[in-house]
Ligand binder design. Structure first.
Ligand code: SAM
Length: 339
């Protein structure tokens, strides 16, 4: 089953509740589903590029910035606490009087706790439990509050990583601290990196920021990131830099068009909540295919992740330059002659 939370969400319309198809619907965290195919006036918001691509190629309409008011809002609310509660607060604000918010989450993402929070805030929800997920329906009745707790909404606003000037937003990678793996990589980046450089899975821009400060010979950095919210933060975090930085909302597994003198990355190894080593492997393959002859790949990863084999089958030579208790730092190089 591709996404059990989505299947459970759709049960509100196909299962025992059998809700009518709404006349207009906003879907936050939109993912395609056959049940939605004939819905009128359906608009989706989806910050993750691969899912946004799947939504659009399934023929649905997408917005980068949801607005207006709606009689129905569907929501797959993400996973961090601040992100989920801010998501509820923002959705609630966009509901018309009498409108319904229908959210769905997996039990492992804390569905029971979030359902309880929402139920308490709005005065009760109707719940469906299936596929190890919960879908819950909250109606904005005349006796329901016009808005949800102010700290829910403010928890989703951009703010600095504690003790730094870096701006982040709830739900993106590493909002509470600098990732120690990324720090290990930044600490070892040589000042000699130069030319055209790519940062794959750039997040809110930590590694690119280190490159701009450390490496005067860099002509341009291309940041590739799937999460549109992280990329917007990266733009803010690199606004001061005199290095030419370009920002690409892009699924790295689909390859790159340019070739690079150097590539840096701390590849993702999670899809949603599940460990997905293939995602990291796909990043390595894209990097190997995108280096100029003699180009260098600098990457950090959890020590147990078996990335060295991918480097070898991709024709790169590699060295392990550093380890700490959790991470390893690898430097790989493509052959000097053209492949
Ligand atoms: C481990 S984080 C590293 C972030 C940043 N480079 C840092 O060091 O703080 C991996 C990043 O890859 C992004 N990501 C996940 N899947 C992606 C994909 N298919 N294409 C591009 N970026 C992706 C995630 O959103 C996340 O920001």
């Amino acid at each position: 089953m591709p996404n059990p939370a989505l299947e459970t969400l759709m049960l509100a319309f196909t299962g025992e509740l059998n809700l009518p198809t709404p006349p207009r619907t906003l879907f936050l965290g939109a993912e395609p589903h056959d049940t939605l195919r004939d819905w009128p006036n359906l608009l989706g918001w989806q910050p993750h590029k691969p899912l946004a691509h799947a939504w659009e190629t399934s023929g649905f309409h997408r917005t980068d910035a949801p607005s207006g008011t709606w009689p129905a809002i569907l929501q797959l609310p993400g996973k961090s606490r601040d992100e989920v509660l801010a998501g509820f607060a923002n959705a609630w604000e966009m509901l018309e009087p009498g409108g319904s918010l229908i959210a769905s989450m997996s039990n492992t993402a804390g569905a029971a706790r979030f359902e309880k929070d929402l139920s308490k805030a709005v005065g009760g929800v109707t719940s469906i439990q299936k596929h190890k997920c919960r879908a819950f329906i909250a109606v904005k009745n005349h006796d329901a509050p016009a808005s949800l707790p102010a700290d829910w909404k403010s928890g989703g606003e951009r703010k600095p990583v504690p003790n730094t000037a870096f701006i982040v937003e709830a739900g993106i990678f590493s909002t509470g601290r600098i990732d120690p793996g990324s720090q290990l990589l930044a600490d070892h980046l040589p000042a000699s990196l130069h030319g055209l450089v790519a940062d794959l899975g750039a997040g809110w821009g930590f590694l690119s920021d280190a490159l701009t400060r450390r490496c005067p010979g860099i002509r341009r950095i291309d940041l590739f990131e799937a999460d549109a919210r992280a990329l917007e933060c990266a733009k803010l975090n690199l606004a001061h830099s005199s290095t030419d930085c370009r920002f690409h909302w892009h699924d790295v597994t689909r390859g790159l068009t340019d070739r690079y003198d150097a590539i840096v990355m701390n590849p993702p190894f999670h899809t949603g909540q599940a460990t997905d080593i293939d995602l990291g492997r796909a990043f390595l393959k894209t990097a190997a295919a995108s280096l100029k002859p003699g180009g260098q790949l600098w990457l950090v990863a959890n020590r147990q992740l078996p990335y060295e084999a991918v480097l070898e089958t991709s024709g790169l030579s590699w060295r392990n330059l550093a380890n700490d208790g959790t991470y390893k730092l690898l430097r790989a190089q493509s052959p000097h002659s053209s492949r």
